[in-house]
Design a protein around this ligand. Structure first.
Ligand code: GLN
Length: 548
């Protein structure tokens, strides 16, 4: 039976609970334990798939097609936990399952209430998240303690702990020690109050992880200990990282969190060192990298870093693999129309991420044309690939008015069309082509060389696709359809072999990149950008000799 760690947050949101949870997962794996990770989100949306990235950041997609919170991206980048539909529950998802049961008559005769029906459903969800007989199941509770909507979740985990033996469940509260610049001091009061709120609900945290800008002194830890009813050594500092988010697990171990967790949960070998040698080596090498290349990310939600979180992380992983620091030039696609492509001058690579809606679309298309004509490495993801197909149609194939049916119902050349199985879909939530699908790579293409294999699997989230009616015209013109779904015959990858690096993919490779296992296309793209920055005129990626 799994032991459980519940991670709550106090004082403010955006404290990095997701990163902390992921880091704990990594630490436990490095001590030989298996983990699962799960996020409970108090909002009413059934999943974040219907929210704007500006509301919520990116929507992270699992292999089994769950549209989830971006914290699950951290979980997968840090650990080997197998994430699925059961790894992210919202209030909306919990309530809709309870209401469906009520309509079916499962509760006949009874009044359906938050306690016990909603809390029972939450407890069931926690059991579902702890898959594969893992040693430790980590559950992060979104929101901030004290919010009205997170109450049922906190009540449910309190009850959950009651059903377990002591030492089988641990509560870790991530909190903030704000620094007041004017008086030059850090304050513990908000932490005291948020722990007070937790204790009112009946949860006594076992460990406090204190987010700070400045070092936490022993006196402060003692004060927190006294007011919050935790031992001094159970007050752990998690200071802002200076350099990379991948420092978090290292810092937490340095602060003693690893041993504390092992002891609290009664797991074996509490005195052993956590083996983070490769992780430390990576951080050390990252610090020493001096070479830089600059990559433009031209998107619609550019003001919010979280909107393209996994893409930025994947670029960083690929940077490490190529021993180059990737500088980002974040460009709003609409600005390309206002300022012209001069806004892109000097960049070594251009990446167009996925997206929805018409705003910025023509700016993305212009940026792609600039990359194609000026031989700047180009990487298009999902909508980015669709824009590449439109650009190429209009400017190389002479298909005036070529467009996507998503935005132009009457285009004379709908080179991007609606997938057949989407035609009768009316509801927006959870109805896209979602999750992992196989793709066969054409031998001899750049993608085939980058992956080093013929059969791959990648995750999707879209409704529109390359229109196969135009396939012959593309192939005759020199654009290579490098990856095809073997079952549905959908085009998943386009390439221009004459270009130093030009790859558009219908899927989302950014969901599968990890710091020490960069995604092959990202690695190739950043390699090509590095080569561009050094004045090279080929991709640095393996050259395509002949197409099979
Ligand atoms: N809007 C496009 C589609 O639905 C692309 C989606 C995406 O980029 N994730 O096909």
């Amino acid at each position: 039976m799994a032991k459980h760690i519940f991670v709550t947050g106090g004082v403010v949101s955006s404290l990095g609970k997701g990163l902390t949870s992921a880091a704990i997962g990594l630490i436990l794996e490095r001590r030989g334990f298996t983990v699962s990770l799960q996020k409970l989100d108090p909002y009413i949306n059934v999943d974040p798939g219907t929210m704007s990235p500006y509301q919520h950041g990116e929507v992270y997609v699992t292999d089994d097609g769950a549209e989830t919170d971006l914290d699950l991206g951290h979980y997968e980048r840090y650990t080997h936990a197998r994430l699925s539909q059961s790894s992210n529950f919202t209030s909306g998802k919990i309530y809709s399952s309870v209401i469906a049961k009520e309509r079916r008559g499962d509760y006949l005769g009874r009044t359906v209430q938050v306690i016990p029906h909603i809390t029972d459903a939450i407890k069931e969800a926690i059991h579902q998240g702890a898959v594969d007989d893992v040693d430790v199941a980590i559950t992060e509770i979104g929101g901030t303690v004290g919010d009205i909507e997170s109450l049922p979740f906190l009540e449910a985990v309190r009850q959950f702990a009651l059903d377990k033996e002591r030492g089988e469940v641990m509560f870790l509260h991530v909190t903030l020690l704000p620094y007041l610049r004017a008086s030059g001091e850090m304050k513990t009061k908000p932490t005291q109050q948020s722990v007070g709120k937790l204790r009112e609900i009946g949860i006594q945290p076992d460990v406090l992880v204190c987010r700070t800008e400045q070092p936490m002194t022993t006196e402060m830890a003692q004060k927190i200990s006294l007011f919050c009813n935790v031992r001094c050594e159970e007050v752990i500092e998690e200071r802002d990282v200076a350099f990379s988010i991948y420092e978090v697990p290292v810092d937490l171990c340095r602060a003693g969190l690893d041993r504390l967790i092992i002891k609290k949960l009664g797991l074996p070998n509490p005195e052993a060192e956590t083996n983070l040698s490769d992780w430390n080596e990576m951080l050390q090498e990252l610090k020493e990298i001096k070479t830089e290349c600059e990559i433009a990310v031209v998107g619609k939600y550019i003001k919010l870093h979280d909107a393209y979180k996994s893409i930025y992380e994947s670029l960083a992983h690929a940077g490490y693999a190529n021993r180059v620091k990737v500088k980002l030039r974040k460009i709003s696609a609409e600005e390309v129309l206002v300022q012209g492509t001069s806004i892109l001058e000097g960049v070594d690579g251009i990446l167009i991420p996925g997206g929805f809606g018409e705003r910025g679309l023509e700016g993305k298309i212009q940026a792609i044309r600039y990359a194609r004509e000026n031989e700047i490495p180009f990487f298009g993801i999902c909508l980015g690939m669709q824009c590449a197909v439109i650009e190429y149609s209009r400017n190389q194939l002479g298909l005036a008015g070529a467009h996507t049916l998503e935005h132009s119902a009457h285009s004379p050349h709908p080179v991007i069309s609606l997938m057949a199985d989407q035609e009768d879909v009316d509801e927006k939530g959870g109805t896209m082509r979602l999750g992992a699908y196989p793709c066969t790579l054409r031998k001899g293409t750049l993608s085939h060389k980058l992956y080093g294999e013929e059969h791959i699997s990648e995750r999707h989230r879209h409704r529109f696709e390359f229109n196969n009616d135009y396939r012959a015209r593309f192939e005759a013109s020199g654009m290579v359809l490098a990856g095809i779904n073997p079952e549905s015959d959908l085009v998943e990858i386009v390439e221009l072999p004459e270009h130093p690096f030009y790859v558009g993919v219908q899927f989302h490779p950014e969901f599968k990149s990890r710091p020490l296992q960069p995604h092959p296309i990202f690695k190739g793209f950043v390699g090509a950008a590095l080569n561009h920055s050094l004045g090279g005129n080929n991709s640095g990626a393996p050259k395509v000799e002949s197409l099979a």
